[in-house]
Design a protein around this ligand. Structure first.
Ligand code: FPP
Length: 241
């Protein structure tokens, strides 16, 4: 059987702060180094022919960090889009943003829309940036849309199926992640893609995000390929036993 490339890889880029601390640097230096890794990872994913990659860049819980760190992260996103959008477009990358737009500055919202609009027709890697994203918030917003549709009589109450929910999430049209990678040794999902992760394979890596290299991505893909996915069923081998 040919080895399959995962259709969708999602990454929780964790450990920027600890990476910086280990070097006696401010946390911002870790985030800056993290952006470099992000660039390299996007390029590698494109070359490997991965169709979808989601990166968790700012969680709805990150607002509780010191104000200066929050504004650093906002600044890095702005800088990333301003500097890299043309390159991404040239490399045929399609950008999608998931997360709550409300509560973000006007300038950031405009940049996010610009990135999506400019690259909408591209056919290479779909890069999904989770920004001001929290899974429970995403699900709650999807339920609000469902309730509105039911109240308006567009949707019957018994038509509220998993598919109807999936179609109203920010990730509508994006396949569920096959693999979720988290760096820095933490082993939890932290409110990331809770609904979409129902059958994802998890790969936890000890390295901090700034130390993550394309070779780690390749290894995570190999790990995924070696695991047997059963989606709640049994394999032919199980039946033969
Ligand atoms: C976790 O490190 C990382 C984040 C808070 C988000 C990831 C952000 C980047 C890679 C840089 C920003 C990029 C864009 C495009 C905005 P941490 O601070 O939680 O590390 P720690 O757990 O060691 O403190």
């Amino acid at each position: 059987m040919p080895m399959s490339i995962p259709r969708h890889i999602a990454i929780i880029m964790d450990g920027n702060g600890r990476w910086a601390k280990a070097r006696g640097l401010p946390r911002t230096a870790g985030h800056k180094a993290g952006v470099e890794t992000l660039r390299e990872t996007i390029r590698a994913a494109g070359k490997m022919g991965i169709p979808f990659m989601t990166l968790f860049a700012f969680s709805s819980e990150n607002w509780s960090r010191p104000r200066s760190e929050v504004s650093d992260l906002m600044g890095l996103l702005k800088l990333f889009i301003r500097r890299d959008l043309a390159d991404l477009h040239r490399e045929n990358v399609r950008v999608r943003i998931i997360g709550e737009r409300e509560g973000l500055g006007k300038d950031i919202r405009a940049l996010l829309t610009e990135a999506e609009t400019l690259t909408d027709a591209n056919t290479g890697l779909t890069l999904v940036i989770a920004f001001n994203y929290g899974s429970r918030n995403e699900i709650a917003r999807a339920v609000q849309r469902l309730v509105a549709d039911v109240s308006a009589g567009v949707l019957a109450a018994d038509a509220v199926t998993p598919e109807a929910i999936t179609a109203r999430l920010d990730t509508a049209g994006i396949p569920d992640p096959d693999v979720i990678i988290r760096t820095s040794g933490e082993m939890r999902l932290s409110n990331f893609l809770l609904w979409q992760a129902a059958y994802s394979e998890f790969v936890f890596l000890p390295c901090y995000w700034p130390d993550f290299r394309p070779s780690n991505l390749a290894e995570a893909i190999e790990t995924f390929q070696m695991r047997e996915r059963r989606f709640g069923g049994v394999t032919a081998q199980d039946i033969a036993l």
